[in-house]
Design a protein around this ligand. Structure first.
Ligand code: ATP
Length: 311
């Protein structure tokens, strides 16, 4: 991937906070020389405030909120699209793209908003959100409702693969977003998303398989799975799920002219998944750095562009 993109993703990873899980985040790319520098943006506001009042500050930042099956992620960018801060938490109130517990979802977004505001020292006012391909308008509205009830103005929603491509900027290829509950597939042709699908297999299935095989609780399996040091040991257990995802992707791309797959989503952090997808599909597979944050970053970038279509 291009060095500028790697540097941006490293900055995002440097400002992200997660108080609950103690996840170490592998960046996946071994050749990424722009590895997350913890000194970057240690005081984001210092880079930014330049004596501006809180009112002015809140109008110049861009907020993306991605409410997924496994993670709720909030990212704040400054006017130059540089990451200022971000929060993410494991929480399960979405199933198959549908918000099934609005109250819990609202409380979570409120909490992330407050934490981010305290860190930045000013209020956040507007935010964009995202939805998986193929969901109904009512489901898109349901996510906006959650973000609105949490105290944001939110009338912008972008579909997840388009958000991911605001970051990746690929002209031709497929973006495969392996999240918690689902795998999203999007074909990009001449910079535009021309085909999408969303299939109900993702990282949650990895955890279920690990829990069953090792006879442990789901929560414990989830933690084990997110520890890169455990990946080589549990790889044989989850390889069949990776192969299943590869087969699903291959079937969707059968009639498509795709020469490169870009893997995003948290499950793409599992070491070795790229090779399995490449082997099953026969298509060159690339994993950008910090794949968990690519779609939420794109959602924040979308919030910066008010001219874009909104629901
Ligand atoms: P969906 O897109 O299905 O709605 P989501 O948006 O919550 O879900 P992501 O946030 O992209 O999905 O990814 C969450 C998944 O990634 C979870 O299953 C989580 O366990 C997994 N995950 C996160 N970090 C890692 C890691 N380091 N190694 C392996 N899996 C990981």
């Amino acid at each position: 991937m291009n060095p500028k993109l790697n540097a941006l993703l490293a900055k995002v990873a440097a400002v992200m906070h997660n108080d609950h899980d103690n996840i170490s985040m592998p960046q996946q790319l071994s050749d990424n020389s722009n590895y997350c520098d913890s000194k970057i943006l240690t005081n984001p506001l210092a880079l930014y405030s330049r004596g501006l009042s809180s009112d002015k500050l809140q109008n110049r930042v861009h907020v993306g909120i991605d409410i997924g099956t496994a993670y709720t992620v909030l990212i704040v960018l400054d006017e130059r699209m540089q990451p200022m801060t971000g929060e993410y938490r494991f929480a399960q109130f979405v199933r198959d793209g549908l918000v099934v517990d609005s109250q819990k979802a609202i409380s979570m977004v409120q909490k992330l908003k407050h934490i981010a505001e305290n860190r930045l020292g000013f209020k956040l006012s507007s935010a964009a959100t995202a939805y998986p391909p193929g969901v109904l308008l009512t489901e898109i509205k349901a996510k906006q409702y959650v973000v609105n009830c949490a105290g944001f103005e939110c009338d912008q929603s972008i579909n997840e693969p388009t958000a991911a491509n605001l970051v990746l900027q690929i002209k031709n290829g497929a973006i495969v977003d392996i999240g918690g509950g689902t795998t999203g597939i999007a074909v990009v042709n001449d910079g535009h998303v021309v085909y999408t699908a969303d299939e109900p297999t993702g990282g949650t299935h990895f955890s279920l398989v690990i829990a069953g095989a090792l006879n442990i609780e789901f929560e414990k399996a989830e933690l084990l799975k997110k520890d890169p040091k455990q990946h080589s040991k549990i790889y044989p257990l989850v390889k069949p799920v990776m192969e299943k995802i590869g087969t699903i992707v291959a079937n969707h791309l059968l009639d498509q002219d795709v020469s490169t797959i870009y893997l995003v989503g948290g499950t793409s952090c599992f070491i070795g998944i790229g090779k399995v997808i490449q082997k099953v599909t026969g298509i060159t597979t690339i994993i950008p750095a910090y794949p968990l944050f690519i779609t939420p970053l794109g959602v924040a970038m979308f919030n910066a562009n008010n001219d874009k279509a909104s629901y």
